[in-house]
Design a protein around this ligand. Sequence first.
Ligand code: NAD
Length: 246
Amino acid sequence: MVDRAAELLRGASTAVALTGAGVSAESGIPTFRGEGGLWTKYDPVKVSSIDSFLADPASYWQVSKERGNIALAARPNPGHEALAAMETAGRLVAVITQNTDGLHQAAKSRRVIELHGSGRTVECLECGARESRADVQARLDLEMPPRCKSCGGGVLKPTVVLFGEPMPVDAVNEALELARVADVILVVGSSLVVYPAAEIPLIAVRSGARMIVVNAEPTPFDGLAEIVIHGRSGEVLPEIAQLIGA
Ligand code: NAD
């Protein structure tokens, strides 16, 4: 299967990757779904919706504080590095990601489209000023919820897309355009149940792309894929990268 995936990528002219939380699992960041997923511990709508954030930002930040410590300390794993190497070698055009952890950029992927925003910055809900998440993380023990330094009062929110919020229009349009022109779509570490992100591989396949799925568990789209590899992305992707000379 790894050989066939490499062959498909070698023959592609516009290969695009779509990644989800699974690609960062081996960096120590828990996924939402799947074994050990966070949603076995929390109710997603309570924790990650804009309505619950606005009703009780301190509760959101309590959970986010724990996750932030993990995400800020995380480093790219061999899966992120393999995707960056494929791009450098001219075998991959872009990475579209559902992740907010910034690890593709840390691994030196150049064209990264963040569908769900970035957890590396926060924004004031009053004046719109932005600060780095690392700076805010450092004062969470003193201030909960954290407040804006610029205007002195507004509540800060991570620049991630919460349930009930619109997705960033430019990122979505760029991802849709890539899905339409891709001849290979490589889906990695996504349960493919979060829409509209899960629409991307569907659009790609309907537009003629051949799909490769690399995921620890089966996904609802495995039947549409030409190649399905059930395994850990930190192991599978470096093998594929090596076979295509990346
Ligand atoms: P998900 O949590 O719904 O699913 C993750 C998938 O990855 C599962 O199917 C699981 O079987 C698989 N997986 C786990 N470990 C793996 C590994 N080592 N190699 C390959 N696959 C592995 O993730 P999702 O579909 O991306 O959707 C959840 C949403 O939550 C995302 O849209 C994202 O915004 C957010 N999220 C982001 C992060 C992050 O930034 N790292 C982490 C958790 C959730």
